[in-house]
Design a protein around this ligand. Structure first.
Ligand code: GLA
Length: 390
């Protein structure tokens, strides 16, 4: 609350009071426990929201203008709701504009607003700071304008903003979990039906720990789109072979894959194998966590990383190093890269009693080899987007 008061003080210094509705809202980043590069193949994912978030304060205006101040980067933009088109400079504003554009396209009426926001989600670290910015913008604008937008609709709307306005053809995972996450639960999502299940993740003997490699590679978007393209090629191949439409790799079984793999170009076969097996791993992980079998879940995480490294080729040296170092530590049940890859973070499952020593050793060893100080975050599954004060 004290922190919020501080933010309101800054808000008041920045903008004159319009006398209209105002409020404070938040949306979290996420870590994906397992199910990587499966969402755009209509498969399964198992992320959780984390205790890092973006807080946005806003007040409605009497006109159609939106004025935004990013407290972290001390950057400011002003635009009209009547002329929304992507910026080439200040591209961070595209996440906000894209969301407002999609809200309007969905038929809702918006009034302008004054906004400030602050984030403690590291940028470009694969913890979905962009999805959090989209979701907190959607929630703020919806509430201030008294719009009834349900969390699932909000997630879809934010994803469309990223696809259409920002130009990244991401899947649904990040926006979904930022909207729908719940404290002490991981979120199992079926990315075809968009059904989801909250999976209790509250055994206090185990802890999720995130290691940030601090590596950011520019190729994420181009390689991401290339992987999507390769999956589509695998899909077309199976459609041709089966003589009926295969909607997504989700529809190909392991047996079918094995039967036909040698007829696929080698790279495409590896991409398909990752997606098909990863879908099985997510479902097995869900069962394992529900049964309290964290050993099996940890094993599945390890297999997932191996597959992302060798078959899908989206890992990098530093992520592999973090995983290797982690797996040598006592009490570590599983470790894997998380998110799109090519840098960013690893997610680790370990016994709570080993967390402190794990942190120290990884920090020391990773620094010794790479010269980089990794950041390490210990987090329980957190709540999704919420109203802080309205
Ligand atoms: C990014 C995308 C997600 C998902 C992951 C990979 O985070 O935004 O939709 O595809 O990569 O699992």
């Amino acid at each position: 609350m004290q922190y919020l008061n501080k933010l309101w003080k800054i808000f008041k210094e920045k903008f004159t009071d319009t006398g209209l509705a105002k409020g404070a809202f938040s949306a979290p980043g996420r870590v994906n426990l397992i199910g990587e590069h499966t969402d755009y193949n209509e498969g399964f994912v198992l992320p959780m929201a984390i205790g890092k978030e973006i807080i946005m304060l806003g007040q409605l205006r009497n006109d159609r203008l939106v004025q935004v101040f990013d407290l972290g980067y001390k950057a400011e933009v002003k635009f009209s709701l009547d002329s929304l088109s992507p910026y080439k400079k200040d591209t961070w504003a595209n996440y906000l504009m894209g969301v407002m554009d999609e809200i309007q396209k969905a038929g809702y009426l918006l009034q302008g607003a004054n906004l400030i926001f602050i984030s403690n989600i590291p940028k470009g670290a694969g913890l979905s700071s962009s999805a959090a910015l989209e979701v907190v913008t959607a929630l703020t604008m919806a509430k201030l304008n008294l719009l009834e937008i349900k969390p699932v609709e909000m997630a879809h709307l934010c994803r469309r903003a990223e696809n259409n306005f920002v130009g990244v053809s991401c899947g649904i995972m990040d926006q979904y979990v930022s909207c729908l996450g719940q404290k002490n639960y991981a979120l199992f999502i079926d990315c075809r039906s968009n059904d989801y299940d909250l999976i209790p993740f509250k055994d206090r003997n185990y802890q999720i720990v995130i290691c940030n490699s601090k590596i950011q590679r520019g190729l994420v978007f181009s390689e991401y789109n290339r992987r999507r393209e390769e999956c589509k090629r695998a899909n077309d191949f199976f459609t041709h072979r089966f003589g009926h439409k295969v909607q997504a790799l989700r529809d190909v079984t392991i047996e079918e894959f094995k039967q036909y793999q040698e007829h696929l170009p080698e790279t495409i076969a590896r991409r398909a194998r990752h997606v098909i097996l990863e879908n099985y791993r997510v479902q097995a992980s869900k069962k394992a966590i529900e049964a309290g079998d964290y050993i099996t879940f940890g094993q599945l995480m390890i297999e997932s990383h191996q597959s992302l490294k060798v078959d899908y080729e989206v890992s990098c040296e530093e992520l592999d190093l973090l995983v290797d170092l982690a797996l040598k530590q006592e009490g570590v049940l599983g470790a894997r890269m998380t998110g799109a890859g090519f840098g960013g973070c690893t997610v680790n499952l370990l016994k709570r009693e080993n967390v402190n020593i794990f942190k120290k050793t990884i920090q020391k060893e990773y620094k010794k080899i790479t010269g980089i100080d990794p950041d390490i975050y210990v987090t329980i599954p957190a709540d999704g987007a919420k109203v802080l004060k309205f």
